[in-house]
Design a binder for this molecule. Sequence first.
Ligand SMILES: Nc1ncnc2c1ncn2[C@@H]1O[C@H](COP(=O)(O)OP(=O)(O)OP(=O)(O)O)[C@@H](O)[C@H]1O
Ligand SMILES: *[C@@H]1O[C@H](CO)[C@@H](O)[C@H](O)[C@H]1NC(C)=O
Ligand SMILES: *[C@@H]1O[C@H](CO)[C@@H](O)[C@H](O)[C@H]1NC(C)=O
Ligand SMILES: *[C@@H]1O[C@H](CO)[C@@H](O)[C@H](O)[C@H]1NC(C)=O
Ligand SMILES: *[C@@H]1O[C@H](CO)[C@@H](O)[C@H](O)[C@H]1NC(C)=O
Length: 670
Amino acid sequence: MEHLSFLLHLTLSMALVLAPYTTAAGDDQFVYAGFSPNDLTLDGTATVTQDRVLQLTNGTVHLKGHAFYPTPWQFRRSPNGAVQSFSITFVFGMVPVYSDQCTDGMTFLISPSKDFSGAQTSQYLGLLNKTSDGKASNHIFAVELDSSQNTEFQDIDDNHVGIDINNLTSVRAKPAGFYDDKSGAMKSLSLVSREEMQVWVDYDGETTQISVTMAPLNVAKPSRPLVSATYNLSTVLEDPSYVGFSASTGPINSLYCVLGWSLGINRPAPAIDTKRLPKLPRTGPKPRSKVLEIVLPIATATFIFLVGTTIILLVRRRMRYAELHEDWEDEFGPHRFSYKDLFRATEGFHNKNLLGHGGFGKVYKGVLPVSKLEVAVKRVSHESKQGIKEFIAEIVSIGRLRHRNIVQLLGYCRRKGELLLVYDYMSNGSLDQYLYAEADKPTLDWVQRFEIIRGVASGLFYLHERWEKVVIHRDIKASNVLLDSEMNGRLGDFGLARLYDHGTDPQTTRVVGTMGYFAPELARTGKATPLTDVYAFGIFLIEVTCGRRPIDNQAKDSSEILVDWVVEHWHKGSLANTLDRRLQGNYDADEVCLVLKLGLLCAHPVFNARPSMRQVMQYLDGETPLPELMPTNLSYSMLAVMQNEGFSQYASLASTSGTQGMTSIISSGR
Ligand SMILES: Nc1ncnc2c1ncn2[C@@H]1O[C@H](COP(=O)(O)OP(=O)(O)OP(=O)(O)O)[C@@H](O)[C@H]1O
Ligand SMILES: *[C@@H]1O[C@H](CO)[C@@H](O)[C@H](O)[C@H]1NC(C)=O
Ligand SMILES: *[C@@H]1O[C@H](CO)[C@@H](O)[C@H](O)[C@H]1NC(C)=O
Ligand SMILES: *[C@@H]1O[C@H](CO)[C@@H](O)[C@H](O)[C@H]1NC(C)=O
Ligand SMILES: *[C@@H]1O[C@H](CO)[C@@H](O)[C@H](O)[C@H]1NC(C)=O
């Protein structure tokens, strides 16, 4: 950039030296479009800038400056003759430095001397002084461009153009402006507007008519002059005389600049090529350093960029971590997790942290940022707002449950369309993975299985009877039994089913639970009770002992429904054949028998025939012997067996109380 501007400067300087229109084109004319320092004789504050601008003042107050065409001119054809016609054009601009005001002004002048060291500043415009003002011995003709009003010189305003002869009190003055050629209307101009303006000064030697015309740079010379006066300059001017400019500053910093200038004696002044003119200085007197000129825009751009980026990042971050939060949740504060923490804990819910997915959504492993606690985060998609308040309240109250056989719910977080539940992390995963040998888990021996069964029973007993409220799990099954680091069975996922049947129309209620674990009456009433949990627990007992899923879609024969299959074997006296082969015969026969029969009892189709969890605990601990299980209406097929054997009184009981349900749920698809 610097290089280019230097080249440009060089080229232009050469053009100024060589081109015909920049120097005197004859003895009686010249034209400048921009200046070089050698073109003029300067004094005081006057300088020619690098940009080829003649700056008469330099931004320092109470100073003056002058610029003259170096050599004087003869205005008369013969020594005693009359002053000939002449014409001058110049382009000027006033640049207030720190305010919108300029003091005091500038002049174009014709004077026998270039020495203005005795002239005063401020209102004297660097032209005269208190003693010389008005004296005929000055031999000065000037056109003043005055931007302040001095009453001592009877100034008309602070924005006027005047014709001065030896005297700062103008012969004639007018407010700055021009007469529009088309409309003839006077259009005002502001001298201090920082705009370039052109002035034409014409003297007619025959009529002694002086006229001064001005216009904005882009407007051609108006035909009607702004100020005119008739004054015989033959009585004023001496020969030879210099032509030039003067300017002075008062108490306010101002730049008075001349961009172009031309003169013609006895001929019109040559037109100034306005396209070749330099630009007015934009700001203050000191040209800003190159470093600032380059660094400042870059710094500004960088700053704006950074601010923008930061805002975008903040907004994205807000959106990314946006949560739903309502006033009623305040009371659950301690149980509320921030989404940001959960996001960080699970490394942005990365797939590598995925533990599995179930009916409600995906489950991720995570490590909480501050406490370093290992957690499992369940993302449940949830659209409806309905019932959410009750549900959250329930979740939070469930969070207060403490039992070694229950997966601790630590808290929750709510976002648009989803609910996040935070649980203790169970390092050994879910029981089904062991039973069905998924994920390379080892099979469990009988001792471990019996321990898990007792643990789950104890957890369920706690939910049903030991806590302040009755909590119904609703979804007991092998995949909801999780194993902690000591292989204790723990119930997880309780209460979630509530979310889906909360407050909905009973007609359309989707009963939530898992096929095969459904108590028959649940399908009819849709109402979960502790006894529907007991039913599912019974199925779970059989499942764990037999190592088979409650409903085996693969099986072709009658073994499709696990309970029926076990009852069948029991009836045939071959109960041992139902045991999980992976136990390889290593088990306590009494315990296995107890668990299987207890499972069948719990999964009794008639709900009031099922034991409570308190009783289940007693049976498992051997405190109470299991009642001799009557071959009652355990299932449809069982019923048939019973009928054959003459237990008709049970058959009639069954058909009134539970047969419908039995056929539809337990024996469906047979
Ligand atoms: N607290 C936990 N600690 C460790 N792993 C867990 C935890 N909770 C769930 N998991 C894992 O995530 C899997 C999916 O759990 P989830 O409870 O969503 O599914 P499910 O029980 O199979 O189905 P459903 O949602 O119908 O109950 C589980 O099988 C288990 O492996
Ligand atoms: C203006 O010119 C005067 C006189 O030449 C000088 O003393 C002063 O430092 C100059 N000011 C600036 C800002 O250049
Ligand atoms: C006034 O100006 C004249 C002409 O320039 C000069 O001779 C004279 O000394 C000046 N007077 C003062 C007081 O500066
Ligand atoms: C300057 O001109 C004004 C107006 O024509 C006049 O009143 C004044 O006396 C003149 N000054 C001198 C010193 O002659
Ligand atoms: C102007 O003044 C000069 C010298 O005094 C005189 O010769 C000339 O005739 C005058 N011009 C006019 C138009 O009065």
